[in-house]
Ligand binder design. Structure first.
Ligand code: ADP
Ligand code: GN1
Ligand code: MG
Length: 377
C-alpha cells in the first residue's frame, strides 16, 4: 500500500490494510465485528474458494505498548496448541485461530505511524455471547477454559513475554486509583452519589487486595500460563452443536495465576444482567451458573491443580470483580483512556456493576467454597 494518509477515508483505509495480508481471494466486504472493549475488530469477507473470511484487528497500542510481543506470544500459543492437538487430539472439536502473515511474511503490519494491525483466521460457524442464561452453556464455558489451561499446561511460562505488566495485580490497580484521585477534576465540588459510593466500596476492600499477590510472592501458587481475559464473549460456540469450540483474544496470555482466569470467567458468566447493564443495583451472582461453570472447568484441570491452588480459587473469585470495578472506576476518573466507552458515565456504571457483583459474590463465599469441594470430590 502506498499510503494510509489523509486522502483515504476510513473504509478505504481498512480495505487497503486488509490487502497487506496474505489472504486467498478478493475482499468483498469489511464490517466492524464483536463487542471487544480494547481492540478495533473487523470481519473481512472474501469471495475466494479456500478461505471465506478473516478477522482484521487494530491492536490497541495505548494498552499494548509492545504489539510485536503480543503477536510473538500469539504465534507461540497457537502453534503449541495446534501441534499438541495433532499429537493428542481431544475427544471433541477444538479450533484455534491462526495468525495470517502479511505479504512480507510478518505476523503484523506496522503502519510506521503508530498503528499495528493483525489478521487471524475466522472461526466460521461460530458465535459468542455477552451474557449466559443456560447452565448447559455455562458448563461449556467452564469446559472451554479448562481445555485451554490444560492445552497450555506443558508450555513453559518462560516462553511467553509479559505483554501487559501489572495486569491482574490488584495492589497495583489500587495505586493507580490513588494516583487518579489526586487533584482529579471529577472529585471537586459536590460529588454524585455514585462516585461517593465507589469510593466507599473501595475502602472496604483495602485489606483483601493483596491476597493472591502475597500467595504468589510467597511461592504458594505457581506461575502458569493464564489467558488473562477469559470473559464469556471470548469463548466461541459452534452455532450448530451449541458446543464451545475455541477460546480467543490471546493478547494477555502470559505467565500469571490461572486463578484470575477462573474468577474472570465466573464473574462474567454468572451475571444474568451482564456487565453492560445500567441497572447496577439489581446485579447478582447466579450460583446455578457458577456450579455449571465449575463442573465444566474443574474436571479438565484437577490433574495439575495443587491443594494450595484449590485454597485460593475462592479468594480469586471474590477478588476479580472488585478488581475490574476498580479498573473501570480509575479509568472513569482518568477520562476513559483505557476501555472503549459509548457514553460519558459508561465506565462509572460499569464500575458500579462490578462492585455490586463483588459484594454479592462475597456474601455467597461459603456456598461457592462448598461447591468447589463438592465437585472436587
Ligand atoms: P478485544 O480485545 O477488543 O476484546 P477480541 O479479540 O476479543 O478483541 O475480538 C472481539 C470479538 O470479535 C470477540 O468477542 C469475538 O466475538 C470476535 N472474534 C475475534 N476473533 C475471532 C475469530 N478468530 N473468529 C470468530 N470471531 C472472532
Ligand atoms: C477487556 O478485550 P476485552 O473486551 O475482551 C479487558 C478485560 C476486562 C474486560 C471487561 C486487555 O476485555 O481485562 O475484564 O474488558 N481486557 C484488557 O469487559 O484489559
Ligand atoms: Mg475480547
Amino acid at each position: 500500500m502506498k499510503s494510509t494518509g489523509e486522502t483515504l477515508n476510513i473504509e478505504e483505509k481498512v480495505f487497503a490494510i486488509a490487502d497487506q495480508f496474505d489472504h486467498q481471494g478478493k475482499i468483498v466486504q469489511i464490517k466492524p465485528f464483536g463487542n471487544g472493549n480494547i481492540n478495533d475488530t473487523f470481519l473481512v469477507d472474501l469471495d475466494g474458494q479456500t478461505q471465506t473470511s478473516f478477522i482484521l484487528q487494530r491492536i490497541n497500542h495505548q494498552v499494548f505498548k509492545n504489539p510485536a510481543a503480543v503477536m510473538g506470544n500469539m504465534v507461540r500459543v497457537t502453534t503449541h496448541i495446534k501441534q499438541k492437538l495433532q499429537r493428542q487430539p481431544l475427544e471433541r472439536p477444538w479450533l484455534m485461530p491462526e495468525v495470517i502473515l502479511t505479504k512480507n511474511n510478518q505476523d503484523h503490519w506496522d503502519s510506521g505511524t503508530g498503528e499495528f494491525w493483525r489478521a487471524i483466521s475466522f472461526i466460521a460457524g461460530s458465535e459468542s455471547f455477552d451474557i449466559l442464561t443456560d447452565p448447559a452453556q455455562a458448563k461449556e464455558v467452564g469446559t472451554a477454559l479448562g481445555i485451554f489451561h490444560q492445552l497450555l499446561s506443558d508450555l513453559s511460562p518462560s516462553q511467553l513475554v509479559d505483554t501487559l505488566p501489572g495486569f491482574h495485580h490488584t495492589p497495583i490497580y489500587l495505586q493507580q486509583y490513588q494516583r487518579a484521585l489526586a487533584q482529579n477534576p471529577k472529585l471537586t465540588g459536590s460529588l454524585g452519589p455514585e462516585i461517593n459510593h465507589c469510593q466507599r466500596v473501595i475502602k472496604t476492600w483495602l485489606d483483601q487486595c493483596g491476597v493472591l499477590e502475597t500467595a504468589k510472592a510467597q511461592g504458594q501458587l505457581p506461575l502458569r500460563l493464564m489467558h488473562g481475559d477469559p470473559k464469556v464473549n471470548n469463548i466461541l460456540f459452534d452455532r450448530q452443536s451449541g458446543k464451545a469450540v475455541s477460546v480467543i483474544d490471546l493478547d494477555t496470555t502470559k505467565p500469571g495465576l490461572i486463578h484470575y482466569d477462573l474468577g474472570d470467567c465466573l464473574r462474567s458468566g454468572c451475571n444474568l444482567l451482564g456487565e453492560e447493564t445500567e441497572n447496577w443495583s439489581a446485579v447478582e451472582f447466579d450460583l446455578d451458573l457458577c456450579r455449571a461453570i465449575l463442573e465444566g472447568y474443574l474436571p479438565q484441570c484437577q490433574h495439575f491443580l495443587t491443594a494450595a491452588d484449590y485454597d485460593y480459587l475462592c479468594p480469586a473469585i471474590v477478588l476479580i470483580s472488585f478488581e475490574l470495578g476498580l479498573r473501570f472506576f480509575t479509568d472513569y476518573l482518568n477520562g476513559d483512556r483505557y476501555f472503549k466507552v459509548k457514553y460519558p458515565e459508561h465506565n462509572l456504571i460499569r464500575a458500579l456493576v462490578q462492585f455490586q457483583l463483588a459484594s454479592h459474590i462475597q456474601s455467597q463465599e461459603d456456598a461457592i467454597r462448598r461447591m468447589i469441594e463438592d465437585i472436587r470430590g
